[in-house]
Structure formats: structure tokens, C-alpha cells
Design a protein around this ligand. Sequence first.
Ligand code: AP5
Length: 217
Amino acid sequence: MINLILLGPPGAGKGTQAKHLVETRGMVQLSTGDMLREAKTSGSAMGRRVAEVMARGDLVTDEIVIGLIEEKITGTAGGGFIFDGFPRTLAQADALGQLLDKAGQRLDAVIAMQVDDAALVARVTGRFTCAACGAVYHDTLHPPRVAGVCDACGSTRFSRRADDTEAALKQRLMEYYKKTSPLIGYYYAKGKLAVVDGLAEMDAVSAMIEKVLDSPN
Ligand code: AP5
């Protein structure tokens, strides 16, 4: 059982690759972005606060996201976790280490997905997802095989994220470089880091990730 962090800027392909690993390896995807979007739809006061923060492209507080992850780690059995979009700060990384220790688990690999900023803008502004099953598409880079119909579940309902605008993306990138990119050095120092070219074709990226998972540190 392997526990993996997918680390990378917005639009690097973390969600796309996490879904692939769920299908091929039966791993459990823990996306704090997805969890927060669910909390938003609950209509609670916390959900409304979270919605405002996310729409601006800022990070939600460490306390909230660590609480969400703690619930999942202790309450989910499965074939290894993929942490997608978590941790995003040094405090979150320390907390994850402690939570895994407490659960008698270890972190096996951290994969940093590298993509240049210009490609991220194109990816994020063209992204849409299936409203029924969450499969991720792109207007030009990865459209469904039949236009308007989800490859995975056949649904014809799709949605776009409120923070997938150029303005919000700039702020998300700023947050990434200020608060999340230091984690690359943090995990390198722990001997856990592997770097993957996220600009490659999706299948090629998947193959590079599989290779890392077949010989984790
Ligand atoms: P979150 O939902 O985690 O978003 P993100 O990190 O900004 O990442 P994205 O989901 O935008 O991109 P991705 O890397 O998954 O790319 P994807 O596979 O979709 O977070 C959203 C917000 O929630 C944050 O801004 C923050 O407010 C809050 N939040 C979440 N976690 C938090 C935390 N831990 N702490 C504090 N706040 C938190 O791919 C993108 C597009 O590119 C798709 O269209 C896809 O089809 C296409 N694509 C993917 N791979 C390729 C490829 N190889 N070639 C061509 N196209 C590709």
C-alpha cells in the first residue's frame, strides 16, 4: 500500500493523474479542493466563508483543511492515499506527517509535477468537469470522445469552476509560489521527492508516475 502526494501548481494535472491511479491501482484520492467545494454547497456559514476565499484564489486556513484530512485518514480503509492539493503549506506538511504516524502509516513518495505558467493558464481556462462523475476534460487538449457526452459515465451535464478565470489563477499561482513551492525542498530533504514533467502527454505523465510508484523511496 503506497501513500503518495501529488504536488504542483494549479492546472499541473494532479486531479487528472489522481483519477487515473484510482482506476488503475484502486488508490483513494483525497483532494482537499473537492472536499472544500462539497463544503461550499452545504450552505453552512463555514461553507460560505470557504467559497469567498476559494473564488479569490487564496488558501483556506490550515486548521480547516487539516481537520478535513484527519477525518478521511482515520475513517477510510483502502489501497493507499493520493494526497491531491494537500499539503499546501509547511504547517500542513508537518501535520500530515503526524497524522500518518498516528495512523501507523508512512508517506512513500512525493511527486512534483512541473508545468510552466503559460501552459497553466491555457489548461485552467479551458477546463470543465462532468457534473455527475467528476471526470476532467479540456476544450481543446482533452475533449470528450463524443462532444457533450462524458466518456466515463455518459452524462451530458458539465460544469466549470468559479476560480478558473485568469484573474483568480494569478492569485492561485501567487499563493503556490509563496506558500506551497517550499514543500519541494522540504520533501527533497526528507528523501521523498521525485520530479515529473507535467507538460508531457497525459499517458506519458501517467507512465512516469507509475515508474516512481514501482520503486518508491
Ligand atoms: P484545488 O481544487 O486543489 O485546485 P488546484 O491545486 O488549483 O489544482 P487544479 O484542480 O486547478 O489543477 P490540477 O493540478 O488538479 O489539474 P487538472 O488535472 O484538473 O484547490 C482549489 C482551491 O481550494 C485553492 O485555490 C484553495 O482556495 C483551496 N484549497 C484546496 N486545497 C487546499 C489546502 N490544502 N490548503 C488551503 N486551501 C486549499 O488539469 C487541468 C487541465 O489540464 C484539465 O482540463 C486537464 O484535462 C488538462 N490536462 C491535465 N494534464 C494534461 C496533460 N498532461 N496535457 C494536456 N492537458 C492536460
